[in-house]
Ligand binder design. Structure first.
Ligand code: NAP
Length: 489
């Protein structure tokens, strides 16, 4: 069976996922003269994590004017930190404006991809078979909910759901609501609902450092000024970019003075803004700020000090029909329980089966932990590229900016094939091993390796992130080093 585009001229490209990175890839492909491509999207709308996450208080803690495609500035952002629905609407609008929607096959998942005779053979959930020259995974990182394995969860007689699958049919007003977890998600939920429910219980396994931020509303006058003068928008973006530069240089070196500044700011926030000494000690982490993904919030401490709110640190023994039984024997009776326990961040394109050259299975290649050269290409997986793949820059950055650089890099690799220099291109094993050795070594110096549990660590305890400066990342992405690639055919 063929797809509408399959018989067209030129190279065919299959993209998986119509979130931020998939939309971006489509736009860039068109600009580069590729028209024969398709995006398979398992859901019925674009937007990825911004479509799936609709919990109260959802926002992006990266300033909005930075969490924006560079080519599509948005003068209309309402706040410094845009709420989730606005971000989702921005992606939908951009996909429409750049005519991306016609390339998307909604409600079509890709369970199987296999590289045979220099092309990817793709099967989708509708039974469609597609054959492509390139396979691009834009499948996101924060995608597969991790429902904590807490004994008895299914026995709960109230309503429970994961934060990324919020049940908006459940009334919260006046109810006894519990939230498990203290990641960025749980902190935003706390700020949004602690004072609106009957009783609010935050089940904290690990305290978090909180970096204070000020979320300023842009007035109509501000927005009009942005509309009238793009340079003003650019100036805001540049300012945020400069701040990121400082932050990114700090976190990669645990001993840097920048790290000390971050830690001082978080400590002062705790000391100055949590008034009850007992609560302050409960909320005081025993590891260094920035070791886990740093949380930015201007209102969490106020919310958790509301008379309705309680921080439970005793640990969860099990869930019972009436609520949460703590390790000290206390039962916290609840009507609603939100499991804000994060995502399975090492899945990437999986559970899709990806079979590369000679049938080599990506699952086997990644049996220890996911690895990719420059986080983009895997040996023996020719013409397969990932956006926001393994060990790339994460850590309070704009993943949009990261993905834009990655797409430019991938387009240059694709150009080798378009130019007829080869039919297959993938990172060499040597380059990948060397890259991974240097990366793991450098990661040990970062703040993420200073002793805490976090989703930044792979199962061997090595920070699964880009451990060098952002400037170095941008340099590397400027042009692929072709000596690190196997070109065949
Ligand atoms: P997360 O950071 O992985 O946090 C999960 C939380 O659940 C942690 O507090 C963890 O405790 C707790 N937990 C996990 N298993 C548990 C168990 N069995 N019992 C008790 N507690 C358990 O997840 P998230 O908050 O959803 O955030 C994930 C990422 O999404 C963020 O780091 C960020 O990158 C992104 N995000 C971004 C924004 C934004 O504004 N840009 C907003 C939300 C999310 P421990 O700490 O003890 O492991």
């Amino acid at each position: 069976m063929t797809t509408p585009n399959a018989s067209g001229d030129g190279l065919r490209i299959v993209i998986i996922g119509a979130g931020m990175a998939g939309i971006l890839t489509a736009i860039r492909l068109r600009e580069s003269g590729y028209e024969n491509f398709v995006i398979y999207e398992k859901s019925d709308r674009v937007g990825g994590t911004w479509r799936d996450n609709t919990y109260p208080g959802i926002a992006c803690d990266v300033p909005a004017h930075m969490y924006t495609y560079s080519f599509e500035p948005n003068p209309e952002w309402s706040n410094t930190y845009a709420p989730g629905p606005e971000i989702h609407a921005y992606f939908e609008r951009t996909a429409q404006k750049y005519d991306v929607l016609k390339y998307i096959r909604f409600n079509e998942e890709v369970p199987h991809c296999e590289f045979v005779d220099s092309r990817w053979h793709i099967k989708t959930s509708t039974g469609r078979e597609d054959v492509a020259d390139f396979l691009i995974a834009a499948t996101g990182v924060l995608h597969h909910p991790n429902v904590a394995d807490i004994p008895g969860l299914d026995s709960f007689e109230g309503k429970w759901f994961h934060s990324a699958r919020w049940d908006h049919g459940v009334e919260l007003a006046g109810k006894r609501v519990g939230v498990v977890g203290t990641g960025s998600t749980a902190i935003q939920i706390t700020s949004a609902i602690a004072d609106k429910v009957g009783r609010y219980d935050l089940f904290q396994r690990t305290a978090q450092w909180i970096m204070p931020i000020e979320d300023i509303e842009y007035t109509e006058k501000d927005r009009a000024a942005f509309r009238a003068d793009r340079a003003k928008l650019e100036a805001v973006r540049q300012q945020v970019n400069d701040d990121f530069e400082i932050f990114s240089n700090a976190v990669i070196d645990a001993d840097s003075s920048g790290m000390k500044d971050i830690e001082d700011a978080c400590l002062a926030n705790l000391e100055d803004n949590v008034h009850d000494p007992l609560l302050r000690e409960k909320l005081r982490p025993d590891y260094r700020a920035g070791c886990k993904r740093l949380i930015f919030s201007g209102d969490f401490y106020a919310a958790i000090q509301h008379p309705n709110a309680h921080v439970l640190t005793e640990g969860i023994e099990r869930i019972e029909p009436e609520g949460v039984r703590l390790n000290n024997g206390e039962l916290r009776d609840l009507d609603v329980l939100v499991v804000a326990t994060g995502f399975r961040v090492d899945s990437f394109i999986r559970p899709t089966t990806v079979l590369g050259r000679g049938g080599v299975n990506l699952d086997d290649v990644w049996a220890d932990s996911p690895v990719a050269y420059m986080s983009i290409s895997v040996p023996e997986m020719p013409n397969f590229f990932m956006l926001n793949g393994p060990n790339g820059p994460v850590g309070n950055f704009s993943l949009i900016q990261i993905a834009e650089h990655q797409v430019n890099y991938i387009l240059q690799l694709m150009e080798k094939i378009r130019a007829g220099d080869c039919r297959e291109i993938s990172a060499s094993s040597d380059a990948t091993l060397r890259f991974e050795r240097l990366r793991s070594e450098a990661a040990k110096k970062s703040i993420w390796a200073t002793g805490c549990r976090s989703w930044y660590l792979d199962k061997n305890g090595v920070p699964a992130s880009w451990p060098w400066s952002r400037a170095r990342f941008f340099d590397e992405m400027a042009a692929p080093k072709l000596e690190s690639y196997d070109l065949a055919g």
